[in-house]
Design a protein around this ligand. Structure first.
Ligand code: THG
Length: 785
């Protein structure tokens, strides 16, 4: 059984498929998956070569075999997948050795919300179809080259809910050490392990040497077998073809070092061949190296991860309608802008996690939970705590949450544990256990301690262990239950001996008493000393936050008081955050708060003209976000949110411009090149150019080379702008330029996009390189006037 060998035997995967297919004769623009049907012999030969080289696994030629990417294929998805599996099985039969066949599933190829338009449920359905077509004939499912963790989550659920096969997941990372949608390696590992995959790792991206920090981070946090499939070094263009720059000897030496550190599944990606796999087989040991396994408690958003217990983790309590009339009404009316602002304000005030509770009488709570989780995770990168007494709402929240959530909560009643633990296990939550049961909340600490033990013991029956449990000893208000306040503190101390972390709704203590903040922060100090790790509290209470800073110094969490001192310096410069803080247009644009942008833009127009607003607010905001993206402090989803919000601001401003096309300068033709579906950069350039008075003809995204040429003849533009966001589509940019340059006296061509550099622009014979929207205006003014 494969499962018995995982983590014990060092297992070898195959190498690149694409490179091999190109050698057999795959042409550019052809659908590689069609070769399963048209050239089965090619596929069988490639699989056979990898098997003979020593691979334990072969991967079906189904990377893009999903209903979206195969829309225009001249065969059905069923035929494509079945023939791909058949080819792998034929090769295995011919070689006659035991080997595992992995159903290959690559990225869907369309971006998910909020970056694109694909919904979670659509992504789920697409993968479900792939899984159902192959599940009875393959040995495992491999999600590979994934760049969006949310898509991975949809895929894992689609696989788990429709078959029992082992699941391996590898993602690709950018040079900044994050996936395209911003996940760190730790976040990937934490979320995927929570969802119950069988192996986790990295493929493609870079060569084995450049992947060192990523592989080491994965090894340091993963309980699961770690898998790597690096490229054969870095790509370089030689005579218009992509080559990879390291030898198989170099490759093997590099990956051997990782095997010695505990990587247990090794194969190759771009540029690797059967010869690489053969040498791997000769070089690598048969058994895996032992690894030290950590048992940290980690909660994750889609991008970042927080370790509980390392220092005090502040859970913001304000996304909770209890006692808030307006928030209640807003939730009932499905008006979520108030919720979104509350989330952002708490993040700005320094919360580390946000509790999300949508419990209003009469509301469709599962639906409200789904909507609010989706909205909130689009605007903040903090991990969320899903808070509900409605089991269906908890499950819906866990399902649509992008990350590994805290789940608030289970209690010591049998029915609660029996209904909540399966959900927590399935979605991989960190569960909060309340120390109450059928008899209510016991008065004495000892009895609460017993309930905590009962919860921890019962969780084990479901495969949930101490590192996924946080115990709440329950604090009640001192106005009614004064004698129990200290019992809670005592219970926290006792529970800490069980090896779990603790949480308390600190603000409960002061209900019904005057000067609540004073009681809250005093109680917070007492509880932290007793071992409280996760206070649920109001982060807008800056004095309470200051108490935590001070505690971290006095408790030796904040070594050398570095954070304390830094914050002290910052605070003297920054105005305090309050719930009533009004966002400036610049902040709205940078945060991507779409609900606020129209009003804020109109408001600005009362004082400034459109051009001023563009130059002094919108462009600086876009630049700041763009710089953040380059530095790795802002990620693609935020970048896109921000750009779309800017677009909405531009739409308002455009109303004030002259609509007279006679006086417009240009025209300028813009296109995002073939194969590239990321058009946000081009869209920004378009609105900025238009606001400077240019007539722009927008050809859209994924524009075929010939269409750009046609557009040139049709519109006779004075300038053409081409955009590409992905490395892989720079090639089609080069082709587009080559074809345009065949036209006599063709107008200048400017290029831009995340992966381009001035050098590269020159290499592919572009006339201008625009690093951002503003520079494209400068170029347009220079060329057209
Ligand atoms: N344990 C766990 N979860 C919890 C609690 C707990 N979740 C809910 C609650 N207790 C913690 N959250 C809050 C949220 C708000 C308030 C107190 C605790 C609060 N609200 C003000 C009121 O009701 O008067 C209104 C605030 C405002 O309008 O600004 O005090 O114990 N696991």
């Amino acid at each position: 059984m494969l499962q018995d060998r995982l983590g014990k035997d060092l297992l070898i995967f195959d190498g690149a498929m694409g490179t091999q297919l190109q050698e057999k004769g795959l042409k550019a623009g052809e659908i590689p998956e069609m070769l399963n049907i048209t050239h089965p012999k090619w596929l069988q030969d490639i699989h056979e070569a990898y098997l003979r080289a020593g691979a334990d696994f072969i991967t079906t030629n189904t990377f893009g075999a999903n209903r979206l990417k195969m829309k225009e294929a001249p065969a059905s998805l069923k035929e494509i997948i079945e023939s791909a599996v058949h080819n792998a099985k034929e090769a295995r039969k011919k070689v006659g050795k035991e080997a595992y066949i992995a159903l290959d599933i690559g990225p869907i190829g369309s971006l998910m919300e909020p970056m694109g338009t694909l919904t979670f449920d659509e992504a789920y359905d697409i993968v479900k179809e792939q899984v159902l077509l192959a599940k009875d004939e393959v040995d495992l499912i491999l999600f590979e080259t994934m760049s969006d963790l949310y898509e991975v989550k949809a895929g894992i659920l689609a696989a788990k809910e429709n078959c029992d096969l082992p699941i391996f997941v590898t993602m690709t990372f950018e040079a900044n050490g994050r996936t395209l949608s911003g996940s760190t390696p730790t976040t990937m590992v934490n979320v995927c392990s929570g969802l119950g995959v069988d192996a986790i790792g990295v493929n493609c991206s870079l060569g084995p040497d450049e992947l060192k920090p990523i592989i080491e981070e994965i090894l340091s946090v993963s309980h699961l077998p770690v898998m790597i499939q690096p490229n054969a070094g870095l790509p370089c263009l030689v005579d218009g073809h992509t080559h990879f720059d390291i030898t198989r000897e170099h490759y093997c030496a590099s990956v051997l070092a990782y095997a010695k550190k505990g990587v247990s599944i090794i194969g190759g990606c771009c540029g690797t061949t059967p010869a690489f796999i053969e040498l791997l087989k000769q070089t690598l040991p048969r058994q895996t190296a032992l690894r030290k396994i950590s048992n940290k408690t980690l909660v994750s958003s889609g991008t970042d991860t927080i370790e509980l217990g390392k220092t005090i983790t502040v859970c913001g309590e304000r996304l909770n309608p209890t006692g808030k009339k307006k928030l209640k009404q807003a939730l009932l009316d499905q008006q979520y802008d108030r919720v979104v602002l509350e989330a952002i304000n708490q993040e700005r005030a320094g919360a580390h996690v946000l509790d999300v509770n949508v419990g209003v009488p009469g509301i469709d709570e599962p639906l409200a939970m789904k909507n609010v989780i989706k909205m909130v995770q689009e605007v903040v990168t903090l991990p969320l705590q899903i808070d509900s007494s409605n089991i269906e709402a908890l499950e819906t929240g866990c399902r649509y949450y992008n990350g590994r959530p805290l789940v608030n909560s289970v209690n010591g009643k049998m029915e609660s544990m029996e209904s909540i633990f399966p959900i927590v296990k399935k979605y991989g939550g960190i569960i909060i256990g309340l120390t109450l049961d059928d008899r209510g909340i016991p008065d004495r600490a000892e009895d609460r301690f017993e309930i905590a033990k009962k919860i921890i013991a019962k969780a084990k029956d479901y495969g949930i262990y101490e590192d996924s449990i946080v115990i709440d000893c329950l604090v009640l208000t001192a106005s009614a239950k004064q004698s129990e306040v200290m019992e809670t503190i005592k219970a926290v101390q006792m529970v800490k001996t069980l090896g779990v972390h603790t949480v308390l709704g600190v603000s409960n203590v002061s209900f019904g008493l005057p000067d609540r903040p004073l009681l809250n922060r005093t109680y917070l100090t007492m509880a932290m000393t007793a071992g409280l790790d996760l206070p649920i509290m109001n982060p807008m209470d800056q004095e309470m936050m200051a108490v935590i800073d001070a505690f971290n110094v006095l408790h030796h969490n904040d070594v050398d008081a570095a954070c304390y001192i830094e914050r002290h310096v910052e605070q003297t410069k920054k105005p305090p955050v309050s719930s009533n803080t009004v966002f400036t247009l610049k902040e709205i644009v940078m945060r991507g708060i779409k609900d606020e942008v129209v009003l804020a833009t109109r408001k600005q127009l009362e004082e400034k003209n459109a051009m001023e607003i563009i130059n002094t607010i919108l462009i600086p905001a876009l630049e700041e976000v763009g710089n953040g993206f380059e530095k790795g402090t802002v990620f693609l989803p935020q970048l896109i949110q921000s750009a779309e919000t800017t677009k909405m601001a531009f739409e308002i401003l455009k109303e004030t411009f002259k609509k007279d096309t006679e006086t417009l300068k240009g025209p300028i033709v813009l296109a995002t090149v073939e194969g590239d579906i990321h058009d946000i950069g081009k869209n920004i350039v378009k609105v900025v150019l238009e606001s400077y008075g240019f007539l722009v003809i927008d050809l859209g995204r994924d524009v075929k080379v010939e269409k750009v040429v046609e557009a040139y003849h049709q519109y006779q533009p004075k300038l053409i702008g081409l955009s590409a966001l992905m490395t892989t589509t720079v090639v089609s940019m080069e082709k587009t330029i080559a074809l345009l340059k065949q036209i006599e006296h063709v107008c200048p061509i400017m290029v831009g996009g995340a992966v381009l550099t001035p050098e590269y622009a020159q290499q592919i014979h572009a006339d201008y390189y625009a690093k951002d929207a503003l520079q494209s205006v400068e170029i347009a003014q220079k060329v057209i006037g």
